[in-house]
Ligand binder design. Structure first.
Ligand code: NAD
Ligand code: TYD
Length: 338
């Protein structure tokens, strides 16, 4: 049975990806290597934990001995690296963990893959490595890297390291760069789950700056299908962009969320802008569409409704997160501003 190793599988995108892999690839073992940071939650995969094709390995991608042991034990054919520190605002508070996990962790994982001869490695990157767009234009795979936050700089550094391994060692890697994801199990520090969960409790929704910043939203399962296509059909050394064809200003998204939740606009609170806040992200995914035969399937409004329904049905999941260690971050980030 072929083996797929996923790192960071207890986070938002990794958990959705693993569940979908187990549903769609019957004859495959999935190994999930995760450190369980504040963002890693085993509850996100509770429904598959007893599947005999699923194995959990608890540890850090920066721990060479541990990663070597996992790779030797499981000899994965395919590896997808989701493990990362993923939140821009946290990278502004402290960039140390971002440099360690996102850069050093990627190096250690690739070295371990080389040692066991992994057939294909996929680096999950982000459109944020391209920097910020003005009112016009789209990011293509040829857009020069110009990251603006410690988070995106650490992701761009990892991408360059992957490129170096491909060219120097013939390392069989592909890179994917995706726009902002939404869907079930997203940690409620990110815009959509934060605003849904605050609104449900009639708490303020902190819109940064003018609210005119634009993001291109993609459903997490559309991203997952793209990763699967690039992993199995992408060309080594290539980059593939994924986006949702759903550009929305933050303030318009906030108004839509309030409308779908039946909550008043008075919950909106404009707060001090994020330092270095990128204005606009928008993706040209023509390469993925023509080369991989991939296309986003979700319409944003329908996907958003479905996502709201999931959060409404899982308020206990959010409450457990919001009453735990996350409270400290929330107070540091928004305390006194809301
Ligand atoms: P997340 O923060 O929800 O989850 C990250 C996961 O990685 C957690 O389970 C965490 O425990 C694990 N992890 C962190 N450090 C680790 C380490 N040192 N060793 C092992 N595991 C570790 O993140 P996410 O939103 O699911 O993002 C996953 C990946 O996708 C990241 O690489 C991110 O850069 C990329 N990405 C995210 C988005 C988005 O909109 N969320 C968009 C494009 C790309
Ligand atoms: P976020 O979900 O943090 O993703 P990213 O910064 O990676 O794009 O933020 C999405 C957008 O929403 C971004 O423009 C910042 C903005 N934002 C707010 O206005 N208020 C908030 O409380 C958060 C978390 C984000």
């Amino acid at each position: 049975m072929p083996t797929l190793l996923v790192t960071g599988g207890c986070g938002f995108i990794g958990a959705n990806f693993i569940r979908w892999q187990l549903q769609t690839h019957a004859d495959q073992k999935v190994v999930n290597l995760d450190k369980l940071t504040y963002a890693g939650n085993p509850e996100n995969l509770a429904d598959v934990a007893s599947d005999p094709r699923y194995v959990f390995e608890h540890g850090d991608i920066c721990d060479r001995e541990f990663v070597d042991r996992v790779l030797k034990d499981h000899q994965p054919d395919l590896v997808v690296n989701f493990a990362a520190e993923s939140h821009v605002d946290r990278s502004i508070l402290d960039s140390g963990p971002f440099v360690r996990t996102n850069i050093v962790g990627t190096q250690i994982l690739m070295d371990a893959c080389r040692a066991v001869g992994t057939q294909r490695y996929l680096q999950v990157s982000t459109d944020e490595v391209y920097g910020s767009l003005g009112a016009e234009g789209f990011f293509t795979e040829e857009t020069p890297l110009a990251p603006n936050s410690p988070y995106s700089a650490s992701k761009a550094a990892a991408d360059l390291l992957v490129r170096g391994y491909v060219h120097t060692f013939g390392f069989p890697a592909v890179i994917t760069r995706c726009s902002n994801n939404y869907g079930p199990y997203q940690f409620p520090e990110k815009l959509i789950p934060l605003f849904i969960s605050n609104a449900l409790k009639d708490q303020a929704l902190p819109v940064y700056g003018t609210g005119h910043n634009v993001r291109d939203w993609i459903h997490v399962l559309d991203h997952g299908r793209g990763i699967d296509a690039a992993l199995r059909r992408g060309r080594v050394g290539e980059v593939y962009n994924f986006g949702g064809h759903s550009e929305v200003r933050n303030i318009d998204l906030t108004l839509t969320l309030l409308e779908l939740l039946g909550k008043p606009k008075t919950l909106i609170k404009y707060v001090t802008d994020r330092p270095g806040h990128d204005l606009r992200y928008a993706i040209d995914c023509a390469k993925a569409e023509t080369e991989l035969g991939w296309k986003p399937q979700y319409n944003f409004r329908d996907g958003l409704r479905e996502t709201i329904d999931w959060y409404l049905a899982n308020t206990a999941w959010i409450d457990r997160i919001k009453s735990g260690e996350y409270r400290k971050y929330y107070e540091q980030q928004y305390g006194g501003r809301l």
